[in-house]
Design a binder for this molecule. Structure first.
Ligand code: WT7
Length: 629
């Protein structure tokens, strides 16, 4: 999509009840933003002081474009901030995690129980030889042990790289290999929509030709002793027998890496986004407390999986750092029926609910009778993330789930930003279609390719002009790919999204400006799907585009040319779809595959996806002078 377009900006405004502003931790947005601008380092130092530091920092930030260091010289441990701090300070018996499994099973962990469980598993990892700085890959179902494994890694200074357990063996393999993971933590099976997923056999495939992997820790999903299949495997609970229950937190430098999380890029290989310890937790803590406004009695439910950045920042690190009660569940929104999520809100008295537009649109489609069956009056704040929340979905969410009362926090951010960047802070008027304004701490704008601000109503590129604590520090093994974010428009961080501002500075995010698709809230590179397709023996070339989809926002459509000896057939469509599913995972499955004799290309041989898209949507393809024929 090009960046020059116009948008009509009239939008209904929703005014929240004044009590939200009165009781919010942030207070008046404009005042907070002005305070930040008058002393940015002082603003962040004040937020950082709310956490426990083993040694305070000497300097808030050092900015050597494009590299930032935050809270320089400071030492801390994130697991100590998420656990020890609360155990010591009166939240010892408070519920940290409430887990509801797909088969109705429940488990709870108080802060003390979680603290104990984390220390034991951390010691077990040490016994396996894990040392500070080692990379550990997690490929797990969403059970409490997933959170325990994350916190155990950070307790001993190991760097976790979580791979969503819906990814296939190839995607897992490439991530294990790139991160040179020493240990893979998985489970025998996962359960999704009532079906058993054999995670362990996917891991067995993925670790072939991954010489860095020494051990595979296998959790029994039913917590019963399991048979080990190879020398490499060890049992999650058996390795904890007899280990010490005390594990002091490793002293981490503020700039020590906390985790790697892979995200799709415009080339076929995913990028390992590296986050730091000090800056990341300050960002996650600040936004959990001042943007989500999490308070002592809140029950926080973010429906993401820990395999995505949303799960890292707003299931685990942010909410636990503020000492919240967090609901976690492996349920999908419509299994066994589309009432399941609303029943959980009623059952556990959820007060803050955070989900994705794709789920909201699915609920709109199946009808209001589902949420109407349940008492949702505990809800105080409802949030959205992952893709634009279109005005129709906003209105439905506000009326049916928020009962015309709960403010909607439509939060714009990215794997790379680590924390919320743009939203409509509590108490501010909400405008459907607009994510909102840069939060205090963030300097964002919409500009043209040269960096000039564009007038209200005119499309442009979203940029972040100043570093922020939770920004990624690098792309693992690939610093040039990191630099690329910072050297496209002046010396700013180019987000890769198209956006529009209105007269009041509210920002509407339109979508990606590059070859990345957002399918049901998941970031997917067209190149990733294309390389999966061409790896199939029948495929000569492939081009992938996003097409509008009522539910998923965008769906994947693939255009494919075949190798000699293969002919188009429905069977081949199914085979290729299945092949993509097995290589990348279900989210990447094309919803349509069209066979072509030739793909449109530039004279220099670049596939022109734009032409395919225009043809698909029946619109003008724009300038086609570079088209080969
Ligand atoms: C891309 C980042 C942040 C966690 C989920 C996705 C899109 C994200 C919004 C929003 C419009 C949004 C952008 C962004 N996006 N939130 N509220 N409104 N678009 O993280 O996989 O790193 O994807 O998701 O296009 O660049 P991610």
């Amino acid at each position: 999509m090009a960046e020059n377009f116009d948008v009509k900006l009239d939008s209904k405004t929703y005014i929240p009840d004044p009590s939200y502003l009165e009781n919010s931790a942030l207070g008046d947005y404009k005042k907070a933003y002005a305070e930040f601008l008058s002393d940015p380092d002082g603003f962040w130092a004040e937020k950082a002081r709310e956490l426990d530091w083993i040694k305070p920092w000497d300097k808030v930030k050092e900015w050597n474009w494009p590299n930032a260091r935050w809270f320089c010289g400071g030492k801390l441990n994130i697991s100590a901030n998420c656990l020890d701090r609360h155990v010591k300070n009166g939240r010892r018996n408070k519920l940290a995690l409430i887990w509801k499994g797909e088969r109705g099973k429940e488990e709870i962990y108080t802060y003390r129980q979680l603290y104990r469980a984390v220390m034991k598993f951390a010691n077990a990892l040490k016994e396996l030889g894990v040392q500070k700085g080692d990379r550990i890959c997690l490929y797990m179902p969403f059970v409490p042990e997933h959170v325990i494994a994350m916190l155990a890694c950070v307790r001993i200074g190991a760097v976790h790289s979580i791979v969503y357990a819906g990814f296939g063996a190839d995607a897992l393999h490439s991530r294990i290999k790139d991160a040179e993971a020493k240990i893979v933590i998985t489970a025998d099976v996962g359960i999704r929509r009532g079906k058993i997923v054999q995670l362990r056999s996917i891991v067995a495939d993925a670790v072939r030709n991954s010489p860095s992997v020494e051990k595979i820790v296998v959790l029994s999903r039913e917590r019963c002793p399991i048979e080990l299949y190879s020398e490499m495997e060890v049992d999650f609970y058996a390795i904890q027998e007899g280990v010490s229950e005390e594990c002091p937190p490793e002293e981490m430098d503020s700039e020590d890496p906390l985790f790697i999380l892979y995200t799709s890029g415009t080339t076929g290989t995913p990028k390992g986004i590296v986050h730091s310890s000090g800056g990341y937790i300050v960002g996650a803590h600040y936004t959990s407390k001042y943007i989500f406004d999490i308070k002592e009695n809140d029950v926080h439910w973010c429906t993401a999986d820990p395999g995505w950045i949303t799960g890292h920042s707003y299931i685990v690190y942010g909410p636990l750092s503020v000492g919240a009660t967090v609901l976690i569940t492996e349920t999908t929104p419509d299994y066994p029926d589309p009432g399941i999520w609303w029943s959980l809100i009623e059952e556990f008295g959820v007060t803050i609910f955070y989900t994705a537009p794709t789920a909201i649109r699915m609920f709109m489609k199946v009808g209001e009778q589902w949420p109407e069956k349940y008492d949702l009056s505990s809800l105080r704040i409802i949030g959205s993330v992952g893709e634009p929340l279109n005005p129709e979905a906003f209105e439905w969410y506000y009326r049916v789930i928020g009962r015309n009362k709960c403010p909607i926090l439509d939060t714009w951010w990215q794997t790379e930003t680590g924390m919320h960047m743009i939203t409509t802070p509590l108490g501010q008027p909400m405008k459907p279609g607009f994510a909102g304004v840069p939060i205090p701490g963030v300097v964002a704008d919409v500009v043209d390719k040269e960096g000039n601000p564009v007038p209200p109503g005119q499309g442009g590129l979203l940029v972040i002009k100043e570093p922020w604590p939770a920004m990624m520090r690098t792309v693992y093994n690939n610093p040039p790919r990191y630099n690329h974010y910072w050297n496209q428009i002046r010396d700013w961080y180019t987000v890769g999204d198209l956006a529009v501002k209105d007269e009041e500075g509210y920002i509407m995010v339109i979508g990606r400006s590059d070859d990345i698709l957002i399918v049901a809230g998941h970031n997917l590179g067209t190149a990733e799907v294309e390389s999966a397709l061409v790896a199939h023996k029948a495929v000569a070339e492939a081009a992938v585009i996003g097409i509008p989809d009522d539910l998923k926002g965008q769906a994947v459509k693939a255009f494919v040319t075949l190798r000699q000896g293969f002919v188009p057939s429905q069977k081949l469509v199914s085979e290729l779809t299945y092949h993509v599913r097995m290589t990348i995972g279900p989210i990447a499955m094309p919803s349509a595959i069209e066979f072509m004799d030739k793909l449109p290309k530039t004279r220099s041989g670049k596939i022109m996806r734009r032409v395919l898209k225009a043809k698909e949507l029946g619109v003008d393809p724009g300038d086609i002078s570079t088209l080969e024929e």
